[in-house]
Design a protein around this ligand. Structure first.
Ligand code: B12
Length: 356
């Protein structure tokens, strides 16, 4: 007998549709079941036989708990399944929500299915994992814990693109490690939709051939490619990648470089990376480290940092930055470059007009 499955996206802040649930919806429909998607605690059109709740950042656990207890109370006979990032990283904590089943990690059987975008007709972008996992084992990243080493390497993504969508968004953790990437580049060039490598590209893997392919793709307006400069050990690789991209049709000002801070760095080594990025002509996007199992956002302060110094970076992003980033505007470059130390670099005496 066919079942009705209620898919619940808890009402935390999110910029993307609940892609895991949309894949589960297709899976369930293929089994002859019906589905409906609800955000937060609402009233479904039909009484569900099963309830699937997803989760995202660990610090967004409260809305997840709220959803579990709301639906358990409303439909005591329907089992509640809880999956997603928080459930995978903190299964013991997630169990305390009262959910009947906790799903850790991904579900390989739904991974290659077209997400059921009919449930989100307002959304205009095909979200694709052309691979899962990552072969690097960076201590600040949760991916190896949830997904392991690079797996599920697709050589074609065409069938994962929804015809009506104008953009393609890759959630891959390390797109360039997939040996089938050139087949995917070919498809992307043919598809001619705008592309977003949402999680950034590994600068250490960018060579002439890859830069040439990246240069042939269409990107969204403000930024083209995102890279990361997490430690000073990556200096040469990031500089080289920016250079190669700029020789291949991608303007330096359209390259966003994430600079991790509040991890094992110090304020001074962070400043060195900020100055490097701006000197290379790219946009610097400071990225505050959050521990893998943080239950509160913005509360962790690493041994080398203080609350005041972190606040100085965040204020600078707000006051003299643009959209939280530092573009290589002359005033900004001069300010950071001429500072003799971190405190001077992030002091906010000048007004925004001077920086521009
Ligand atoms: C896209 C993304 C973003 C987007 C926003 C995502 C969004 N939805 O709004 C952007 C780029 C903005 C972003 C920002 C950040 N991100 Co981010 N991001 C991701 C990424 C790539 C995917 C997250 C996602 O949406 N997944 C959708 C999921 C749930 O769908 P799915 O994976 O297909 O689901 C499968 C399973 O989970 C399961 N499943 C899911 N739901 C359910 C339900 C049931 C019932 C069942 C049975 C199964 C199931 O089955 C599915 C199919 O296999 C992950 C890394 C990753 N590979 O997952 C990091 C990740 C979530 N981000 C992370 C971090 C640290 C950040 C930042 C803090 C970085 C920073 N320092 O600034 C910021 C914070 C932003 C904020 N708002 O607080 C960490 C989170 C760690 C944590 N403690 O929670 C992750 C894990 C990456 C990492 N490197 O460690 N991020």
């Amino acid at each position: 007998m066919s079942e009705h499955i209620l898919l619940v996206e808890p009402d935390y802040y999110t910029q993307y549709p609940p892609i895991g649930l949309l894949k589960l919806s297709t899976y369930e429909k293929n089994q002859g079941n019906s589905t409906e998607l609800i955000r937060g605690c609402g009233i479904p059109l039909k009484k569900p036989n099963k309830i699937f709740i997803t989760s995202l950042f660990t610090w967004s656990w409260r809305p997840v708990w709220r959803a579990v207890s709301y639906y358990k109370k409303k439909y005591p006979s329907a089992p509640v399944y809880l999956g997603g990032i928080y459930a995978s990283l903190m299964p013991k904590h997630a169990r305390l929500s009262g959910a009947d089943f906790i799903n850790e990690g991904i579900l390989p059987e739904v991974e290659s299915l077209m997400p059921d975008y009919r449930l989100r007709p307002d959304w205009d972008g095909s979200i694709i994992f052309s691979s899962r996992g990552c072969n690097r084992n960076c201590g600040f990243c949760a991916v190896p814990r949830i997904e392991g080493r690079l797996t599920a390497k697709k050589s074609s993504i065409k069938k994962m693109v929804w015809l009506e969508h104008s953009r393609i968004i890759f959630f891959d953790n390390n797109f360039l490690w997939n040996e089938n990437k050139f087949d995917i580049f070919e498809e992307l060039i043919e598809l001619d939709k705008s592309v977003d490598f949402n999680q950034g590209l590994d600068a250490r893997l960018i060579d002439e051939e890859i830069a040439e392919n990246l240069g042939k793709l269409k990107y969204e307006s403000s930024n083209a490619v995102r890279l990361a400069y997490d430690t000073l050990g990556e200096k040469k690789a990031v500089e080289n990648a920016i250079q190669l991209l700029s020789e291949n049709n991608i303007k330096k000002r359209r390259i966003f470089v994430y600079a991790l801070f509040n991890y094992e760095d110090t304020p001074e080594t962070f400043l060195e990376r900020v100055v490097d990025i701006l000197n290379w002509g790219a946009v610097c996007y400071p990225m505050r480290f959050e521990p893998l199992k943080a239950l509160e956002k913005n509360s962790h302060i690493s041994d080398n940092w203080t609350k005041e110094k972190i606040e100085a970076v965040q204020s600078a992003r707000r006051v003299i930055g643009f959209g939280g980033a530092f573009p290589p505007y002359k005033g900004l470059v001069d300010k950071f470059q001429n500072a003799s130390n971190f405190d001077q670099a992030f002091e906010l005496r000048e007004c925004k007009e001077v920086i521009r």
